[in-house]
Design a protein around this ligand. Sequence first.
Ligand code: TYM
Length: 329
Amino acid sequence: MKARIFSGVQPSGNLHIGNYLGALKNWVEIQGDYESIFGIVDLHAVTVYQSPAELRAKILETAALFLAVGIDPRQSSIVVQSSVPEHSELAWMLTCVTPVGWLERMTQYKAKSQEQETIGDGLLQYPVLMAADILIYQAAIVPVGDDQAQHLELTRDIAQRFNSLYGETFVMPATHLPTVGSRVMGLDDPEKKMSKSATGSGHAIGLLDPPEQIRKKIMRATTDSQPQVDFDCLGAGVRNLIDISQAFMSWTSAESRTEFQGMRYGDLKKKVAEIVVSKVEPIQQRYREITSEPGYVDAVLAQGAERVSPIAKSTVRLVKERMGLYTAV
Ligand code: TYM
């Protein structure tokens, strides 16, 4: 039997090349080696306010993008988190074994809560729901970008605590990071991680951005005052552009060096823009095909939920038994 993987994306904002290089590209590459489940985590998205109409549209857009990048629904299940209610049920049970101090230490919680006038409890509970997403499928591997590593450590801590209190129940999930592209930085500010929620127009490259816009954003990307690429002292902006290319092309560091060493920044940017456009355009083409077929995405999501529900139900039943909660005979 193949080991299982789970990973997810929030359907908030526009999916960008950071999401692709940090997570989705990796999913496509390894999906055949595992029993793969990929989630559109809508319950996580509402930890901060989302316009209901926009959220509904983004869920379908995200699912269509999963398909467009190459997730194969015959091999992998694509599931909307809220359509499998056991995620929330398990999250409550895990909440009860999670010390608040663990949650208050999470760097994403600290950063996100600073942006809010009132901090919703959901923001604090966020990583417990994430632990439930993973543990409910007994996933052995979780392919994510570097910003989720701390949440994954917490997931293992929660699983361990549950196992030691109630007996061996959960598989310990391992974090799987890509070698390059695990932390794509903003083009406008290479000190900040590329993010869906950042507002600057030159910050992120959306997977659905028109090619002309992609070229413009890359040509305007922040670099430094050196004239040309020098691998012995790369500034953060130039390193980011090189990493993006290397990750898209699946080059080794040596190949990347041969490609770019000594190149003037203007030429570097033109080359990077061509690489990104050449990789993103076919995704956009498939996205248009997928979304032109009425009902197709909904059917994939229904099939995904149907396939994974029995696994979720059986884990919740096991957890209830372990905890002494009532399970009807
Ligand atoms: P989210 O929606 O912020 O991001 C989805 C995936 O993209 C990766 N990522 C990046 N990788 C490289 N560079 C970047 N700039 C970048 N920005 C985002 C993320 O690491 C992630 O893999 N909490 C999660 C969603 C989630 C989840 C889960 C993930 C909920 N439950 C269970 C794994 C397993 C999140 O907000 O991802």
